[in-house]
Design a protein around this ligand. Structure first.
Ligand code: AMP
Length: 190
């Protein structure tokens, strides 16, 4: 199996690049942000809970997020591999993911970490707000909180994979195609 963690701060291009990777490598895309938004739209209990955190730019609690991810893995037994987009976002989530995959006799193949300067992230998110309809993209205070949460809680996840020699840092600026090429090279050479 090819199991990829696509990592990076909000606005780094994880969603956009996931689309290209799924097509090329036939992977199942698991975006925890997308799954939360689908639950919010469907007005489920999970959606109501997630919304209260997402609206502030905070993380949804680990237990809730990990349980949700576990059921997605259980629901896709035929997958040739997964691309994890927006997960794991804490060390606890990374540890849980390792043990979930290990119980399926597989593991993370590599982490691709998109690197984008903070000023460009903020610009990209405000621009995305014009079309995404996401209220968490439109408010500079929420954006600032999402980036602060990333720096404090999520950035340490990189070291977790670095210790396993699985970290590949990718320059996340330039055209979408240029960035995709860098990702393909890292995957094909890993
Ligand atoms: P994203 O679409 O990845 O930008 O995620 C949007 C929001 O969903 C985040 O700001 C968090 O509030 C929540 N979220 C997404 N993935 C996770 C995760 N792995 N752990 C906790 N919260 C998450």
């Amino acid at each position: 199996m090819l199991n990829i963690v696509l990592f990076g701060p909000p606005g780094a291009g994880k969603g956009t690049q996931s689309q290209n990777l799924i097509d090329k490598y036939q992977l199942k895309h698991l975006s925890t942000g997308d799954i939360f938004r689908a639950n919010i739209k469907g007005e489920t209990e999970l959606g109501k809970l997630a919304k209260s955190y997402i609206d502030k730019g905070a993380l949804v609690p680990d237990e809730v997020t990990i349980n949700m991810l576990k059921s997605e893995l259980d629901n896709n037994p035929q997958a040739k591999g997964f691309i994890f987009d927006g997960f794991p976002r804490t060390i606890a989530q990374a540890q849980a993911l390792d043990s979930l995959l290990s119980s399926m006799d597989t593991s993370i193949s590599l982490m691709l970490a998109l690197e984008v300067p903070e000023a460009e992230l903020k610009e990209r998110l405000l621009k995305r707000a014009e079309t995404s309809g996401r209220s968490d993209d439109a408010d500079p205070a929420i954006i600032a909180n999402r980036i602060a949460t990333y720096n404090k809680e999520t950035a340490p996840v990189k070291s977790f994979y670095q210790e396993q020699n699985k970290l590949h840092e990718i320059v996340g600026t330039g055209s979408i195609e240029e960035i995709s090429e860098r990702l393909y090279n890292a995957i094909d050479q890993h």
